[in-house]
Design a protein around this ligand. Structure first.
Ligand SMILES: C[S@@+](CC[C@H](N)C(=O)[O-])C[C@H]1O[C@@H](n2cnc3c(N)ncnc32)[C@H](O)[C@@H]1O
Length: 282
């Protein structure tokens, strides 16, 4: 028998929960692998309690469900078998005390106050405490476009998430400058409408290295640069020796820098051909 869909479980929950309808397929896809597992799920934002019951029904009786809310009345949900912590998700000390008590967890869902401060502080403190194979899901990130939340803003949660994207790419061969403290924990990030999901797996956060399969070569030319100037600059650069010492090494480094700068300028000049795709409409 196929297990009931999340949206059906939500409809049948004994207490009120409020979710946008587009969230159900997202949650279904992200959380299906945890059904029937003895995982620990934390939800920030309890409100009327309905979502705590929904998660328990969806994941099964083996799951440990923890709720967090600023409202002390939420403690009443403990009598239904949930672990409840009262505190401010925007307060760093709260998270330090919280994880000291709970230990590492598998899934954190942030459906709390949705401010930049709350989303960033929760993300910063949750990522190191999520086990490999786990998830941090931040809900209602459309608030990152709301004026009353101080947005759009350089220091919005979404810009923080984009910074973590840079950190993921810092694992690419020959790139290091965009490394962040999250680069060795966040394997990937999924962006959905109003939801950002951080996939946690330190085992997969490795530095990439170039490989070749050893197959037969036909000595094909790399046609990356159709422009003759770019093509000449690129092949000039790759032919400069890297094993020189002393004055020759300095000269080669200087020539490589000049070639790179010329390629940079030529790449920037191409912007004119695609810049219009960045506007809201043609
Ligand atoms: C959108 S409701 C949660 C809805 C619930 N998850 C559901 O699906 O029905 C937001 C909740 O976050 C709580 N909250 C707001 N600011 C908070 C903060 N700074 N720390 C912890 N909880 C907060 C509110 O008290 C409220 O219960």
């Amino acid at each position: 028998m196929t297990p009931p869909k999340l949206q059906q479980i939500y409809q049948d929950a004994p207490y009120l929960s409020i979710k946008y309808d587009t969230y159900f397929p997202v949650y279904e896809a992200l959380l299906a692998k945890y059904r029937g597992q003895s995982i620990t799920l934390v939800e920030v934002g309890i409100f009327n309690g309905g979502s705590l019951f929904m998660w328990r029904e969806f994941l099964g009786p083996e799951a440990r469900i923890i709720g967090v809310d600023l409202n002390p009345d939420a403690k009443e949900w403990e009598k239904h078998g949930f672990e409840i912590y009262i505190g401010d998700q925007g307060n760093e000390q709260f998270w330090k005390d919280f994880f000291r008590k709970t230990g590492p967890v598998d899934v954190v869902i942030d459906d709390g106050g949705h401010t930049n401060l709350q989303q960033v502080v929760t993300t910063h403190h949750a990522i190191p405490q999520i086990r490999d194979g786990g998830l941090l899901i931040v809900e209602d990130v459309h608030t990152n476009y709301f004026r009353e939340f101080g947005n759009p803003y350089k220091y919005s949660f979404l810009n923080f998430a984009f910074r973590i994207v840079d950190g993921i790419n810092s694992r690419a061969f020959a790139l290091r400058s965009s490394y962040t403290r999250y680069s060795s924990k966040v394997y990937s990030i999924s962006f959905f409408e109003s939801i950002v999901a951080f996939h946690i797996d330190s085992r997969l956060c490795v530095r990439s290295k170039p490989t070749a399969n050893g197959g037969r070569t036909r000595d094909a030319s790399d046609f990356r640069y159709q422009n003759v100037v770019q093509s000449a600059l690129s092949s000039f650069k790759t032919r400069l020796p890297t094993d020189r010492r002393g004055v020759m090494a300095v000269i080669c480094r200087g020539l490589r820098f000049l070639a790179d700068t010329a390629l940079f300028v030529l790449s920037r000049m191409e912007t004119v051909k695609y810049k219009r795709f960045f506007s809201k409409s043609d």
